[in-house]
Design a protein around this ligand. Structure first.
Ligand code: ADP
Length: 221
C-alpha cells in the first residue's frame, strides 16, 4: 500500500501520517524529518538544506528527489509506505511518476489558513526522535518532554510566526497545484481537518481503508 499525504504546513498531516503508519504497519517517509536529521548531524546536505528551511523556503527539487530515491529503495519500503511532505511541487510529483511509484490514494488534509496560524504557535517537536506534538491538540503526557523518548521538546525555527506566513504563501503557490494534479489522476481524497486529532484520524483511516486497498480492523483504532 502506497499512500501520499498532502496538506499545508500545520494542517496536521505529519501527525496523521504517524498515526496511520502505526495502524497500518508501514513506514512513514517524512522528508521534513529526514531533513531535520541531516541538519542536526551537520551533513553536507543538511547544511545546504538549513539555509532554505530556516527561511521557510522549499529545499530545491534535485536535493529532495535524490533523498527520496535513496529512501524508497530501502528494504522497509517493500510492502508499502506513507509519504509525508513529498512531493511538494509538480516536478517532484513528476519525478515520483518517473520512478514508477504507483500511489493507491492521496489523502489531502484540508485546514484553512487562519486555523493553521493559530495552531502553529503551539507546535512542539522532539529534537531526538522527530515526534511532533501540540500543546492543546496533541499534548505530550508530560509537559515539555517527548512521550516516545523523553527528550526535551523544542519549537522549530520554521514555526516562528513570520516564517509560518511565508510557508503558507509558498504552499499555495507551489504545493496546492498538486491537488489538481492528483484529482486528474483520480487519486485525490480530501479529509477536512477536525479540531480533535482523533476525529481527523478516524476520517483518514476510513479514507485509506476504502480507497487504499488496506486491510484494517476497526478494533485496532
Ligand atoms: P511542514 O509540513 O509543517 O511544512 P515538514 O516537516 O514537512 O513541515 O518540512 C519542513 C521544511 O522542510 C519545509 O518547510 C521545507 O523547507 C523542507 N521540505 C520538506 N519536504 C520538502 C520537499 N518535498 N521539498 C522541498 N522542501 C521540503
Amino acid at each position: 500500500m502506497r499512500i501520499l499525504f498532502l496538506g499545508a504546513p500545520g494542517s496536521g498531516k505529519g501527525t496523521q501520517a504517524e498515526n496511520a503508519s502505526d495502524l497500518f504497519g508501514i513506514p512513514t517517509i517524512s522528508t521534513g524529518a529526514i531533513l531535520r536529521e541531516s541538519i542536526k548531524a551537520e551533513t553536507e546536505a543538511g547544511k545546504a538544506a538549513k539555509v532554505f528551511t530556516d527561511a521557510g523556503k522549499l529545499v530545491p527539487d534535485e536535493i529532495m528527489i535524490a533523498i527520496i530515491k535513496d529512501r524508497l529503495v530501502q528494504a522497509d519500503c517493500e510492502s508499502g509506505f506513507l509519504l509525508d511532505g513529498f512531493p511538494r511541487t509538480i516536478p517532484q510529483a513528476e519525478a515520483l511518476d518517473a520512478m514508477g511509484v504507483d500511489i493507491d490514494v492521496v489523502v489531502n488534509i484540508h485546514v484553512d489558513d487562519a486555523t493553521i496560524i493559530e495552531r502553529m504557535s503551539g507546535r512542539r517537536v522532539c529534537p531526538d526522535c522527530g515526534s511532533t506534538y501540540h500543546l492543546i491538540y496533541n499534548a505530550p503526557k508530560s509537559i515539555g518532554n517527548c512521550d516516545k523518548c523523553g527528550a526535551k521538546l523544542s519549537i522549530r525555527d520554521d514555526d516562528l510566526p513570520e516564517v509560518v506566513k511565508k510557508r503558507l504563501d509558498i504552499y499555495h503557490e507551489q504545493t496546492e497545484p498538486l491537488i489538481q494534479y492528483y484529482t486528474r489522476k483520480g487519486k485525490l481524497k480530501t479529509v477536512i481537518g477536525q479540531e480533535e486529532v482523533a476525529d481527523t484520524t478516524h476520517l483518514t483511516v476510513e479514507t485509506i481503508t476504502k480507497f487504499g486497498k488496506a486491510k484494517f480492523r476497526a478494533e485496532d483504532l
